[in-house]
Design a protein around this ligand. Structure first.
Ligand SMILES: Cc1cc2nc3c(=O)[nH]c(=O)nc-3n(C[C@H](O)[C@H](O)[C@H](O)COP(=O)(O)OP(=O)(O)OC[C@H]3O[C@@H](n4cnc5c(N)ncnc54)[C@H](O)[C@@H]3O)c2cc1C
Length: 455
């Protein structure tokens, strides 16, 4: 469907751009991914992968590599001013279930997430986009090397300062709070236990946090703004820094676009929405954007491509609201501001119900409906996730009496319970593993399959 001159141009090789590259690569869609920076990213930045992101990595065949490289969130160890210590969890550890195989956050530094996603992806480092022009049947892209090339589609996954967004003239609406800052750095500390995330509280706030980063010797340091240097901040709590790596000053910035698509150009990840790091949503939401957009881009189906904005814009608005609420709780020093028990943060309950691709055709649907995430469940020797893994849509036939070509027949009572199904039912699972069409009538499935097909 795409000739060599009709490739997709991905701008930016952060987690969003790299996930999209993986999605296109596994579908055999020609693409280029250009990254302005000459070197891969080195900071720990977004270090938490939410359960839903781990399911995306499972679908991409990458979960084992990520789990081997990462670790679970350690317990907080609060070093109190009177010298005593207190332990607590931001979010209690959850047991894996048949429906939710990855129930907890997985921690690994963002640079390693990017490195794992980039394996085998031909990233063009040191190549920045400087100009865009929509032309008949595509987008003319100017690179800082002087090269001008024409792509079928362009995706701006180029971060909060997005050049693509600015070239499109799409406003980035929201707020920046100049005074609400956080120092973040990757440091090595002499003799500090790596069993816990160490916090030195200061009233309802904190003066220093040191979180051990799995698979490294580093800690991620976080501290509210102060006149002290990083060495001084650490020696102030009786510790010694032996190495300082990546450092950054976070400024509270909560903004999003009102359009995700302008002609043949799309925005994704931080280019479309930036939030407070509170609640660990930014990187995860970017990966989900790419996961939603990838299979749609591969079809070249224009109506389907419109659904990217229709589905993802409301999600960004909700995530922005949640992370801003958590951020305000921290700034206002509310008791329990570090609590992360809200299940919405795990992004498993995110649903596209009622949206343009949710065809719920049953007169009396159960609690799991078109638009919802496909839960995992046992079925014979395998699981539903085993059937879903890969770039294809999947037809599941629950308690279906007759034979149905291309369908996976599922009769396991545990699977019927997981999908809340009590009568013979067909479920067409989208390539990004949300329930697309749920029905008792095969004709609905045929219609739905046509609507999401390549043109
Ligand atoms: C301090 C801090 C802590 C955070 N903690 C968390 C957390 O715990 N959990 C979480 O989910 N998120 C967290 N985030 C957010 C997370 O880091 C971002 O949401 C994530 O990096 C977004 O990924 P992205 O790929 O969209 O953009 P980026 O990672 O910003 O990548 C964009 C890439 O595009 C490149 N680029 C820019 N312009 C051009 C151009 N013109 N041409 C070519 N390339 C270009 C850039 O060099 C960059 O590599 C945190 C962020 C910060 C700042």
């Amino acid at each position: 469907m795409f000739s060599e001159s009709k490739f997709i141009m991905i701008v930016g090789a952060g987690p969003t751009g790299l996930t999209l590259a993986r999605e296109l690569q596994r579908r055999g869609v020609p693409f280029r991914i250009v990254e302005r920076s000459a070197e891969p990213f080195t900071g720990s930045r977004g270090k938490g992968l939410q359960p839903r992101t781990q399911e995306v990595l499972d679908d991409l065949g990458l979960i084992d590599a990520f789990r081997a490289a990462g670790g679970e969130y350690p317990e907080l160890l609060l070093h109190l001013p009177d010298g005593s210590k207190m332990r607590r969890r931001m979010d209690p550890l959850h047991e894996a279930t048949a429906q939710v195989p990855y129930p907890n956050m997985l921690m690994l530094p963002q640079w390693r997430t990017c490195a794992l996603l980039a394996e085998g992806v031909p990233v063009e480092l040191g190549v920045g986009v400087t100009g865009l022009k929509q032309v008949e049947g595509g987008v003319r892209v100017t690179l800082d090397s002087g090269e001008i090339t024409t792509a079928r589609y362009v995706v701006g996954a180029d971060g909060g300062q997005s050049t693509v967004r600015k070239l499109l003239g799409v406003p980035f609406e929201g707020e920046t709070h100049e005074t609400e800052r956080l120092t973040i750095a990757d440091v090595r500390i002499e003799g500090l236990s790596r069993e816990n995330w160490h916090i030195w509280p200061d009233g309802q706030s904190f003066k220093l946090g040191l979180c051990p980063l799995p698979g490294t010797e580093d800690f991620q340091l976080t501290a509210p703004p102060s006149d002290l240097s990083i060495d001084e901040l650490v020696s102030d709590v009786g510790m010694k820094v032996t190495r300082i790596g990546w450092t950054s000053e976070y400024r509270a910035n909560m903004r999003m676009v009102s359009r995700y698509r302008v002609g043949d150009v799309f925005l994704a990840g931080d280019a479309a929405h930036v939030h407070s790091p509170a609640g660990g949503q930014g990187l995860n939401t970017g990966i989900q954007d790419a996961y939603n957009l990838g299979w749609k881009l591969a079809t070249g189906n224009d109506r389907l491509l419109d659904t990217y904005e229709e589905e993802r814009l409301p999600v960004a608005a909700e995530v922005l609201g949640i992370s801003t609420r958590l951020h305000r709780a921290a700034v206002d020093r509310e008791p329990g501001a570090m609590n992360r028990e809200d299940p919405v943060l795990r992004q498993l309950s995110l649903t596209y119900r009622g949206g343009p691709l949710a065809a719920e055709c049953r007169p009396a649907p159960g609690s799991v409906r078109a638009g919802d995430r496909a839960p995992d469940a046992p079925c014979g020797d395998v699981t539903v996730f085993d059937l879903l893994r890969g770039p294809h849509p999947t037809l599941l036939a629950f308690a279906w009496p007759g034979d149905l070509p291309h369908a996976h027949h599922i009769d396991d009572p545990a699977a019927l319970a997981a999908y809340d199904i009590t009568a013979p039912t067909l479920v067409l699972v989208r390539p990004d593993n949300y329930l697309g069409c749920v029905t008792h009538d095969p004709a609905d499935i045929e219609r739905y399959e046509r609507s999401i097909s390549p043109i």
